[in-house]
Structure formats: C-alpha cells, structure tokens
Design a protein around this ligand. Sequence first.
Ligand code: FAD
Length: 377
Amino acid sequence: MTRQIVILGASITGLGVAHKLLKHTYPLTQDFKVTLVSPSDHIYWNLASVRGIVPGQFKDDDLFQPFLPGFDRYPKESFEFILGTAHKVDLSSNTVLVNDGREIRYDHLVVATGASYKDGMPWKPLKDHQSTLDALHDLQSKVAAAKTIVIGGGGATGSEVAGEIAFEYYQKGKEVTIVTSDKRLLPTLPEHISQIAEKELSRLGVKIVHGTKIARTSRTADGKTKLSLSTSAPDLIVDLYLPTIGETPNTSFLPSSLLNDKGDVIVDEFLRAKSTTSIWAAGDVTGLEPKQAKYAEDQAVHLAKNLHNVLQGREPVEYGTSCLRVIAVTLGRSKGTGVMCGWRLPSISVWLFKGRYLGTDKFRSIANGERMLMSAI
Ligand SMILES: Cc1cc2nc3c(=O)[nH]c(=O)nc-3n(C[C@H](O)[C@H](O)[C@H](O)COP(=O)(O)OP(=O)(O)OC[C@H]3O[C@@H](n4cnc5c(N)ncnc54)[C@H](O)[C@@H]3O)c2cc1C
C-alpha cells in the first residue's frame, strides 16, 4: 500500500523536506506519496521583509515565488498539493483535518508550520498569500508617509528594520526610534556585538530607548498611534508603530501533549514529536534551536534523512544540535555585525554574505527546489 507522508507548511523547512524525499528517496522506494498542505502556493522570503517594507527596494517577485512548478519534475503520482491550513491533528486515527473540512490520513506527518508574529506583522507569512502581500504593500506606503516611526523590540528583527529605514531616509527628516525592554540591543548576543549595533544605528540617526516596554497602544483621532510606556516617561504619539516582538509557534492544531509551555513542538533526538513514532517536526515550530533559517535548514535536511531511512526499513539517526551560535544582523544596507562560533563577524562579511541581497539572489532557486539557503537539495 502507498504510504502517505503529509507535510504541513511550505517554507524553508517543509519545501526542503518535500524536495529531498522526492529527489533522493522516491527513486529508491516508490511506495509513498508526499502531500503538502499550505495556506499559500507561494513561498514568502520573509528574511528580506525588513528591507521589503522600504518602498522601491524589492519587487513583489523578489519576495514571493510560486513553488508548485518546482514539483513538476517528479512523477505525478508521487506528489499532491492541498491549499489549506491544518486545523486539527487526531493522534488516534492518524488524520489531519484541513480548514476546508477535508480529512487526510497520514503514515508519517511532518510538522513544518513555523512561527508567526503578533499584531498581523508580515515579518512571517500571514494567513494566506494575498494577506501577506497586502500587509507588505500597506507597510511600504506607511513607511513612506511617516515622519515618526517607533520600532518595538531590539532583537535582530527590530535592529534590522530600524537600520533599513534609517539607511534609506538618512538625514531626510524621518525620526526612527527603537523601544526595547532590555538594557541593550541584541540581548542574546555578546555585549560587544550589541555595542557595535548600537553605535552603527546611532550613526544612522536611530534613537534607542532602553529598559522600557510598550505597555499599551491606541489610535488617536488623527490616525496616529499613542504608545503608553512601562516607565514614567510621557506617552509617545507616532505616525507609525512597527512591533517586532511576540513570535509564537503555529501549533494550535496539535494536541497540547506534544507541546512545551511556549507552544513549541517537543522533539526527541531523532526530530520525532515526543512519545510518537510517526510525527516529526523541524524548523521554527520546534524549540530545539534558535528560530533561524540556518537551524531550520539543518533540521529539515536531517529529518528528510531520517524519513529516508525509516521508509526503507532502517533506523533514524540522532540529530546533533549546534552548540555554537551563528547569526548575522544587518545594520542598514552597507553594514552589519554578528557572531560565528564565538567570533565576531566582520561587517564586510555580513554585507557580502547577507546584507547585499538578503538572500533574494538565491530565492528563486530555493522556491523551485533546486537548492536550500546554505546547501544543495
Ligand atoms: C524578519 C526576519 C528576518 C530573518 N532573517 C533571518 C536571517 O537572516 N537568517 C536566518 O538564518 N534566519 C532568519 N530569520 C528566521 C527565518 O525566517 C526562519 O528561521 C525560517 O523562516 C523558518 O522556516 P520554517 O519553514 O521552519 O517556518 P516558517 O518560515 O515560519 O514557515 C512556516 C510555514 O507554515 C505555514 N503554516 C502555518 N500554519 C500552518 C497550518 N496550520 N497548516 C499548514 N501550513 C501552515 C506558514 O504559512 C508558512 O508558510 C528571520 C526571521 C524574521 C522574522
């Protein structure tokens, strides 16, 4: 009987696993079919969204690409796409209920549904292709029109967004402020990296307010946003507020027994969901490693390898998490910082490998299943 591999989510992780299985495993054992479920038939290159909100920087197809043509190269019977959102997973019947009412049976389920940002911010895909596209266009117009912009959060996304806007409008009369609850930007990175980021963003004219939470937001009668702060500082009234906080895993459709207290899927050393034999998870949906494309890709490659083994009657192998952090953060279009295995990344290397194109140069071949971000498929 044909075994059903159901993959939920079609971004870096889900597409990577699907292509690996169809390219490397299917030629060896044709008794399975991959069914991919996603609310969009386009992959969204969210890594470049921080620059995508600045008008004129990217065309829509630099950030959104259809991924179905990439599956035309495989036998028709090996692949099916379902446009929809997983609504519920039933562990007793091995089925996924999709939002259109369809029930799909699985022999192996791959959860690659990633994470989303709060407040409808398109740093990650929204509920479907059109909503994400519309949100991005809307932000481009708002960024162009705003004179005062506050960015909530001083992590990598907040720092990159501030840098992109400040770089584009340097000395052109836009006031860009980051409000962060931490004592420094990039609080999960070494202190000297934070100092580099703060110095470069300050040089671009970004104001940084530390140790302050945005407690409440409300709209004013003239269409501005009022930000009430956790400190005794007066409210801020701004043209545009861009929150970059509150990333949460997309796991509401899974039984809570598979999740930790943050909602991440708990996986074992084989990337299998806790206490299951046929549910696997990788990428931002797990809490295994930082929510970054590098780790999503490493996990997707390993998960595909384990399914490759299992489908051929062999044992899965352990995934070795990376103990050393690698992260590159852009600071405007010409500078950046970051760390690799404890070493500071020089600004020029961040620009060369990330900042120049933010991965948009590789995006079409990733969407088409010809390569992953850092490795070949
Ligand atoms: C602004 C920003 C910049 C970033 N820059 C970098 C960077 O420079 N380098 C780096 O390494 N990482 C970066 N990251 C992190 C990177 O984007 C993620 O690690 C990566 O996207 C994770 O891929 P994923 O496939 O696991 O999940 P996601 O990209 O979150 O994709 C999940 C997919 O699942 C779909 N989905 C959600 N719910 C369901 C459901 N119920 N049913 C079916 N499908 C569903 C979603 O629509 C989406 O397509 C950045 C993140 C952000 C927010």
